[in-house]
Ligand binder design. Structure first.
Ligand SMILES: NC(=O)c1ccc[n+]([C@@H]2O[C@H](COP(=O)([O-])OP(=O)(O)OC[C@H]3O[C@@H](n4cnc5c(N)ncnc54)[C@H](OP(=O)(O)O)[C@@H]3O)[C@@H](O)[C@H]2O)c1
Length: 339
C-alpha cells in the first residue's frame, strides 16, 4: 500500500501524537476469542502498519502478559512508527475468570516496570488505567501516573470505563489523552456522561469492542451454540441462549444498509461509531480487534464509508433493544457507577 492509500490521521488528546483514525485491538491475538494462528496474527500487524493503523492496543491482563510479550518483536522493529498503548489495573490469578482491580500507586509503579520489560521498550506511549477502583482516590492514582510521565516511562495517560465526572476529576490532576470505553451499535451507555466530558476536555475516545466482540459482523445466528469451547464470549450474556437469538435478529437493518453500500455489516458498524462521534463533536479512534489481514483491510476500508442520515436513523433503535448486559458482572464498569 502506498502512502496515498493509508488512512487519515487524528491527534491523540490535545497535544498529539497523530495516529491513524482506526487503531488495532491486539487482545484476541493472545486470549479470549478462540485459537490464534501466530503467523496470521503477525501478518495482521504488518498489514495494519502498511494501512496507516498506528495505534496498537494491548494490556498487561491480556493473556496475563502474553499479549505484551507477543507484541515485543513488532514493537522493536517499528518503535517509532507506532503508538503503543497498554493498561494496568486488572489483577489476574491462575483462575482464568478471576479479576481483581488495583489502582494503588505502589501497584502502578510495579505494573509499569513489568509492562516495559515484556514489551521490550523503555517508554509506553499511552498508559491506561484499565478499571477504576473507587476505594482509591483518583487523585492518588493519577498522581502516581503523572510521576511516570515525569520520569519518561510513559508519554500520555488514558482511562478506561470511567464516567464523565471521573474523567473530569482525573483531568484536573493531569491531562488525559484518551478514554477507552465500549462503544458500538450494541453498547451506548458511554453516551450518558463520558462522551460529553471527553468532547469538552479534548480527550480522544477510543471505542473498544466496536464490533460488539464480533456480534455486529453478523457472524452469529445462535451464538450460544456456535461459539467454540473455551471462547470467553460463552460467558457473555449477549452471546447466550435467547439473548443471542434476539440480538442476531437486531442486525437486519445493519445487513440491509451494508448491502446498499456493497459493504459488510462490520464496515457499517465501524462507520456508525465514527459518525456518531461527529454528532458529539468528538475525536474517536476505534480499535476493532482482528487476527486476520483480510479483515484488517476490510475494517480499514470502513473509514471511507459514509452512512446517510436515513441510515443512521434506522440504526438508532438497535442499542435499546439489545438483550443482556455487556459483561456477566457489570460491577467494575462505568455504567455501574452511573445508575
Ligand atoms: N478497555 C477494555 O476494558 C477493553 C475490553 C475489551 C476489549 N478491549 C480492546 O478493544 C479491542 C477490540 O475489542 P474486541 O476485540 O473485544 O471486539 P471487537 O473489535 O468488537 O470484535 C473482535 C471480534 O470480531 C472479529 N472480527 C474483526 N473484524 C472482523 C470482520 N471484518 N469480519 C468478521 N469478523 C471480524 C474478530 O475475529 P478475528 O480476530 O478472528 O478476526 C473478533 O472475534 C481488543 O482487542 C482490546 O484491545 C478493551
Amino acid at each position: 500500500m502506498t502512502t496515498a492509500d493509508t488512512i487519515a490521521t487524528v491527534e491523540l488528546g490535545t497535544d498529539g501524537p497523530r495516529v491513524g483514525v482506526q487503531g488495532l485491538g491486539c487482545m484476541g491475538m493472545s486470549e479470549f476469542y478462540g485459537d490464534t494462528d501466530e503467523r496470521a496474527a503477525r501478518d495482521t500487524l504488518d498489514a495494519a502498519l502498511e494501512a496507516g493503523v498506528t495505534l496498537l492496543d494491548t494490556a498487561d491482563a491480556y493473556g496475563r502478559g502474553a499479549n505484551e510479550e507477543f507484541l515485543a518483536p513488532f514493537v522493536r522493529a517499528h518503535r517509532d512508527e507506532i503508538t503503543l498503548a497498554t493498561k494496568f489495573a486488572l489483577v489476574r490469578t491462575d483462575d482464568p475468570h478471576y479479576r481483581g482491580i488495583s489502582n494503588d500507586p505502589a501497584y502502578i509503579r510495579t505494573a509499569v516496570e513489568a509492562s516495559l520489560r515484556r514489551l521490550g521498550t523503555d517508554v509506553i506511549d499511552l498508559y491506561y488505567m484499565h478499571r477504576r477502583d473507587p476505594a482509591v482516590p483518583l487523585a492518588e492514582s493519577i498522581g502516581a501516573l503523572a510521576e511516570l510521565v515525569q520520569q519518561g516511562k510513559v508519554k500520555q495517560l488514558g482511562l478506561s470505563e470511567v464516567t464523565g465526572p471521573e474523567l473530569r476529576e482525573a483531568y484536573a490532576v493531569h491531562p488525559i489523552a484518551a478514554l477507552q470505553s465500549e462503544w458500538s451499535l450494541f453498547s451506548r451507555d458511554v453516551e450518558k456522561s463520558a462522551v460529553g466530558a471527553a468532547a469538552d476536555l479534548g480527550v480522544t475516545l477510543v471505542p473498544y469492542s466496536p464490533l460488539g466482540r464480533g456480534f455486529l459482523t453478523g457472524a452469529f445466528t445462535d451464538a450460544g451454540e456456535e461459539l467454540t469451547e473455551g471462547d470467553y464470549r460463552q460467558r457473555q450474556p449477549r452471546f447466550s441462549g435467547d439473548n443471542a437469538r434476539t440480538n442476531a435478529a437486531l442486525l437486519e437493518p445493519v445487513r440491509a444498509i451494508a448491502a446498499a453500500h456493497g459493504a459488510t455489516a462490520a464496515q457499517v458498524a465501524l462507520a456508525w461509531v465514527q459518525q456518531r462521534a461527529e454528532v458529539h463533536g468528538l475525536t474517536v479512534v476505534p480499535i476493532p480487534g482482528t487476527r486476520k489481514r483480510a479483515r484488517l483491510l476490510e475494517n480499514v476500508a470502513a473509514t471511507r464509508l459514509t452512512l446517510t442520515s436515513d441510515e443512521l436513523a434506522a440504526l438508532e433503535p438497535i442499542a435499546a433493544r439489545v438483550a443482556g448486559d455487556r459483561y456477566p458482572d457489570m460491577s467494575s464498569t462505568a455504567a455501574a457507577r452511573e445508575e
